[in-house]
Design a protein around this ligand. Structure first.
Ligand code: HXC
Length: 275
């Protein structure tokens, strides 16, 4: 990671377990943590995908371990944590990234469709936190991957918005509950990140330029942007930060279409200017 402002040994001696770490944004988080010295375990449903990610990461000298599991199953969560500790000798950082998403209008969404996303995103995050707690006590970090969808109403994203709002509540509450145990709990809320599964699912190719234009910084984020935010939150630079969800979105969610067009506001301000 040539542009990283952090030293390559920033996370030396740290062991991180990342759910959903086999692809997309979370694979970027895995890579960034690994390139800064952490040993990384990745958990997901598809072992082949995890093993392929591991062999790519190993080519970058990242110490990586794959463990199969579905975060909806408490026994598999416990197993992933046990296997990580057995393999690497401890656990310092838990990143909850496993998520499910599809576009669906609330009136068309079946109760099981709603429940499925809540189960993966919200219950999965709780399951992992619950079983990781005794191992993180002393000096640990939980990093929950959230979103900005629920800051406003987002069409066809009711289920994901509800899940991510719940995740933010976990972040805030666990930070207050477990702070005295030496555990920091933070979140990252990514905005539009280019070339990811999430973007493919949520935005058709013909609209991508328009989405990019809606971002004040006029570009999509990269998985490295999320990865480096994770490194920051895991580093000693963030040792007094807990309960906070860091928005990494180029200003996207805060920029809604103007109620009054900018050109018109400009004309009004010029007309109102004191002579
Ligand atoms: C409506 C749908 C649906 C769709 C599934 N369902 N897909 N409903 N529209 N497109 C409904 C099904 O009909 C079913 O309800 C229920 O959801 C469960 O579906 P299954 O396929 O049986 O579930 P499962 O195999 O567990 O798969 C979970 C999944 C799937 C979420 C549906 O898409 C998945 O595994 N996704 C993981 C990868 C993923 O989503 N990555 C993107 C993450 S991006 P019924 O009633 O029929 O039984 C991301 C970005 C966040 O999270 C926001 C960023 C801005």
């Amino acid at each position: 990671m040539s542009h990283s402002p952090f030293q390559a040994d920033t996370l030396k001696n740290q062991v991180a377990l990342i759910t959903g770490g086999g692809s997309g944004i979370c694979l970027g988080v895995v890579r960034s943590l690994g390139l800064h010295g952490a040993k990384v375990a990745i958990m997901g449903r598809n072992l082949e995908k995890l093993q392929q990610a591991c062999s790519e990461l190993e080519q970058q000298n990242i110490d990586c371990y794959a463990v199969q599991g579905d975060v909806r199953d408490p026994e598999l969560c416990q197993n992933a944590i046990d296997q990580t500790i057995k393999h690497f000798g401890g656990l310092n950082i838990l990143v909850n990234g496993a998520a499910g998403n599809f576009l669906c209008a609330p009136e068309d969404l079946s109760p099981n469709g709603f429940k499925t996303v809540i189960d993966i995103d919200l219950c999965g995050t709780f399951n992992m936190c619950h079983f990781a707690y005794p191992h993180l006590k002393g000096q640990g970090l939980i990093l929950n991957i959230s979103a900005t969808l629920h800051y406003t109403g987002t069409p066809f994203q009711l289920h994901v918005s509800a899940a991510k709002a719940g995740i933010d509540a976990l972040t805030l509450n666990l930070a207050t509950e477990w702070g005295a145990d030496g555990i920091r709990v933070c979140g990252i809320a990514p905005g539009p990140i280019g070339d990811t599964e999430g973007m493919k699912r949520l935005a058709p190719p013909q609209i991508l330029e328009q989405v990019k234009e809606s971002v004040p910084l006029k570009r999509f984020g990269s998985v490295e942007d999320i990865g480096i935010a994770a490194v920051f939150l895991a580093s000693s630079a963030a040792h007094y930060i807990t309960g906070e969800t860091l928005v990494v979105d180029g200003g996207q969610w805060a920029s809604k279409p103007a109620m009054i067009p900018k050109e018109l506001v400009k004309q009004m301000s010029q007309a109102n200017r004191k002579k």
